[in-house]
Design a protein. Structure first.
Lengths: 134, 240
């Protein structure tokens, strides 16, 4: 079983800047859905920005929203900001593709604490975000 | 179906025929299985005739409850829940059962499920801007988070179709919209996109249509009741 948390030996303190973890698709492939969600939420709650090479499945995104809601508290974690490109394949992919598992969920995904990352612009080809310290 | 397989095995292998007691047990088992099969068929027929649960989804303040109330008043003479300009007014999913819509000699009966607005963040401080005391704001934010989780659960488990409501004065390219439409598509649920608040000057229906070109977009003002004929035509067409 792969270690769920990324190595954190060089983790910068909040005073020094914002830590960004770029997580490969290969690393995420080895994790169960709940492990992925835990990895993301633990990182984000630590004030890190997480960039996923291949994103999450719709089912995992749904669970991520649900678990995030359960962890929001008034004086601490206020949730997360998450950005991916809008799907451009939905119009062409068929039911058979989805049944056969040929549906692609690979989309670069940026996730950060809601109070530290703000989306400036987003369209089908560009995500522009402002990241601030706590 | 399993029962029929058992019959086939015994008929083809006479040497394995059970003794009288076993035969009785098999007959009893067959009767029980037959009853189960009939029950399953009737259940399925009944389920097909049950109203479909149509979830009204969208981000906070898109006008979901206003639309749910409009539909409920027009066809059931009643409302679903209170409306408010303060975000997260709806913090529990509410179902209005057996709303029968008649269009062009076609009748469709649905359960309208008004759901809390979906978001990935809730900060109680936002409610302080609406003249709320901190205690009330904290309570509202806690209820809002529970409501969002409830809405997601309904979407995964309990709805047969989705009306996705967007405020047509707002940018539709948000992550919540992208994710929710993706989740809906992954579940192969029929979905209609309603570009609401067309009575407002800044409304841009085309922008909504451009954001999700794979789905049909219907403009409306749930508040003013504008274009509701097309809304009901589409509901009957998609969910009938």
């Amino acid at each position: 079983m792969p270690e769920a948390k990324p190595t954190n030996n060089d983790s910068a303190s909040a005073d020094e800047g914002v830590q960004i973890d770029l997580i490969s698709g290969a690393r995420m492939d080895g994790l169960a859905s709940m492990e992925k969600i835990r990895l993301i939420l633990d990182s984000v709650r630590d004030g890190k920005i997480v960039i996923l090479e291949e994103g999450l499945s719709p089912e995992e995104e749904s669970r991520l929203i649900e678990v995030t809601m359960s962890e929001i508290n008034p004086d601490g974690f206020t949730g997360l900001e998450i950005e991916t490109y809008p799907s451009t394949q939905a119009a062409t992919k068929g039911l058979l593709d989805r049944i056969m598992g040929r549906e692609s969920t690979k989309k670069l995904t940026v996730i950060g604490p809601a109070n530290q990352i703000k989306t400036l612009h987003k369209d089908e080809t560009l995500i522009s975000a402002l990241v601030s310290r706590k | 179906m399993c029962t029929e397989w058992k019959i086939g095995v015994y008929a083809l292998q006479p040497s394995d025929r059970p003794d009288a007691r076993e035969a009785r047990e098999v007959r009893m088992g067959l009767l029980t299985n037959l009853k189960d099969s009939i029950s399953k068929v009737t259940d399925r027929l009944f389920a097909d005739s049950e109203p479909k649960r149509i979830g009204i989804y969208g981000p906070p303040n898109a006008g979901k409850t206003t639309l749910a109330n409009r539909i409920a008043i027009d066809w059931a003479g009643d409302t679903v829940g209170p409306e408010s300009h303060i975000p997260h007014e709806t913090r529990r999913a509410r179902r209005k059962e057996n709303v029968t819509i008649e269009r062009n000699n076609q009748t469709v009966t649905i359960d309208v499920v008004d759901t809390p607005g979906v978001t990935t963040k809730v900060d109680y401080k936002e409610f302080l801007d609406h003249d709320m005391e901190k205690e009330d704001a904290v309570r509202r934010s806690r209820e809002a988070t529970e409501g969002v989780a409830e809405a997601m659960h309904w979407l995964r488990e309990d709805v047969d179709g989705v009306i996705y409501v967007l405020d047509s004065t707002q940018d539709p390219f948000t992550q919540v919209n992208t994710m929710l439409i993706g989740i809906i598509e992954s579940r192969d649920l029929p979905v209609l996109i309603f570009a609401n608040k067309t009575d407002l000057e800044d409304a841009n229906v085309q922008q909504v249509a451009n954001a999700f070109p794979q789905h049909e977009t219907v403009p409306l003002s749930a508040l003013e009741g504008n274009n509701m004929d097309e809304v009901y035509d589409k509901i009957a067409e998609y969910f009938g």
